[in-house]
Design a protein around this ligand. Structure first.
Ligand SMILES: [Zn+2]
Ligand SMILES: [Zn+2]
Length: 522
């Protein structure tokens, strides 16, 4: 041994030795029992930190332990490089906005950024001695992952579990895309609770709201039928202040008597309760907010303003006219987009969904067949599934993702689905290759891309090369272990369970090991 231990030299030699001898290579020909790990593919969001090392080390110990026990260990590594995290990184690093560039140009920039970060990431991983089998590497934007992701969608569509719908959807005005309930975070914000005077005949009905800028979108008032103070107004009409038009006063138990004044104004759309009412009570739609977060030009007094300006303007007008009873400063919890921290809106648009609400019980049952480490993490999953309010919206009006394998017939509107042999397909570059049932050959491609979770939720299938040459599904699924962070139980763990149950009828893995965060000292 040399006098001074030169780790740079020794590590390099060892890494070369491991690589040349395929020390950690999974052996598909081996008779030994397989132990498979569904490794978390990191997103390319630019931030490598000690938390990565901390969490991957836990899986690493298990991989090594199983190897020493004689298992044929399947320990892959992937990069979840398609999707909004990468897009936002590129926008930040390059000082551009996706919407200002030609689509192909922006995608090229995303690819370049991914390559750079993935190279750095892999070098770091190798230098740390992680024993993953790099020959099993995948990227969620690579052709095989795109193919498997599109195949998953097509099969869900054929099974009636994916559907398209024009309806209110959670919308991020900053990222200009629809998002899913799982991508919401809550933030406490200071705001004003304004008590506004509506009128029914000569009587004043006080309505409290934090969003007076939506007054023009008011479609009715709701009163709880058990509310002795106000139930007599149910069935009558009320006049919207400032805009002077009539709306019906309706009954609904979701109008809580102890919230605000007990009389709730329903606008299209202030929150998910409004969106629910819109559908259950078949209410009209009154447009106020545009996809870019500004007020529609046709709205009197506030057209063209942003939401905050509009709120001030309306509050000012209401108080000038003596239509405000009182105002209170409150801190309340609002929904923000996890990727950008901006307030979300609810805007009607045509989107694609995966049905999850109608099979809630199945997803709850599945949790009992999986071993959770630590045990209490299962409660987070249960709480999430029990509180789901929306089906999973999987379409995103972004660029760097897996495209929908779909076209719409220009003549009759029929949805044309790609044949599986064509996958992966980009409908913006090729046509469906056959005429529509109406005889027309003119098509409009679907330009949205999948939610990034729609692809990362099939990592067990990507690992097993589901439906591909050398398909290992029979031997690999369900996998032995998933490791992942706790904050993505509602997304990665949940969606993977959904897809696995839908595609294979079985759980995706037997064990799930959930790790915590490394927190910085404040
Ligand atoms: Zn956003
Ligand atoms: Zn047609």
């Amino acid at each position: 041994m040399e006098k001074r231990y030169d780790f740079r030299k020794v590590e390099k030699e060892m890494q070369d030795f491991w690589r040349e001898n395929s020390v950690y290579r999974f052996d598909p020909g081996s008779e030994n029992e397989i132990y498979s790990i569904d490794t978390p593919p990191p997103t390319v969001s630019g931030s490598l930190h000690i938390g990565h090392i901390f969490s991957y080390t836990q899986a690493e110990m298990i991989a090594r332990y199983r190897r020493m026990q004689g298992y044929n260990v399947f320990y892959p590594f992937g990069f979840d490089d398609n999707g909004l995290p990468t897009e936002r990184l590129v926008e930040k690093e390059e000082g551009v906005k996706a919407k200002d560039l030609p689509r192909s140009e922006f995608i090229r920039m995303c690819m370049k950024t991914c390559e750079k970060y993935e190279k750095e990431f892999k070098e770091l991983w190798e230098s740390l001695g992680f024993s993953v089998d790099w020959s099993l590497r995948y990227e969620t934007i690579n052709p095989m992952a795109r193919r498997i992701s599109q195949r998953s969608f097509i099969r869900l569509l054929k099974d009636g579990k994916a559907y398209m719908k024009e309806s209110p959807v959670l919308w991020c005005p900053e990222c200009q895309t629809s998002i899913a309930q799982a991508e919401l975070e809550t933030a406490d914000k200071e705001t004003t609770f304004s008590y506004i005077k509506f009128k029914s005949g000569d009587e004043i009905l006080p309505v409290a709201t934090t969003r007076p800028e939506l007054l023009y979108g008011c479609v009715c008032l709701f009163i709880n039928p058990k509310d002795d103070r106000y139930s007599k107004y149910i069935g009558r009409k009320a006049v919207v202040p400032l805009y002077d038009y009539e709306v019906p006063i309706l009954a609904d138990e979701k109008a809580y008597m102890d919230k605000g004044t007990g009389i709730v104004m329903c606008c299209t759309f202030g929150d998910s309760t409004d969106a629910g009412w819109y559908e259950t009570h078949k209410l009209p739609y009154r447009k106020v907010i545009l996809p870019d977060g500004t007020i529609d030009g046709n709205v009197p007094f506030i057209g063209g303003l942003n939401v905050i300006e509009a709120r001030h303007r309306i509050t000012g007008l209401l108080s000038e006219k003596g239509l405000i009873i009182k105002s209170e400063s409150i801190t309340h919890t609002v929904a923000v987009h996890e990727r950008c921290g901006k307030d979300i809106e609810i805007i009607p648009s045509r989107q694609w969904y995966i049905d999850i609400l109608s099979r809630r019980e199945k997803f709850l049952e599945a949790a009992d067949s999986i071993k959770w480490y630590p045990k209490h993490m299962k409660n987070r999953y249960i709480a999430w599934v029990e509180n789901l309010k929306w089906d999973w919206c999987i379409s995103r009006q972004r660029c760097f993702g897996v495209p929908f394998p779909l076209w719409y017939c220009k003549k009759c509107g029929n949805v044309m689905v790609a044949d599986e042999e064509m996958l992966p397909v980009n409908p913006m570059e090729t046509g469906p290759g056959k005429p529509c049932q109406c005889g027309s050959n003119e098509f409009e491609p679907e330009t949205s891309v999948f939610d990034t979770w729609a692809t990362s939720s099939v990592t067990p299938q990507i690992n097993a090369r589901w439906g591909e040459e050398g398909d290992l599904s029979g031997r690999l699924l369900p996998m032995n272990m998933r490791t992942q962070a706790h904050e993505i139980i509602r997304t990665w763990a949940f969606y993977t369970i959904v897809k696995s149950l839908y595609h294979t009828g079985r759980i995706p893995w037997k064990d799930i090991m959930v790790c915590g965060f490394v927190l910085a000292k404040r």
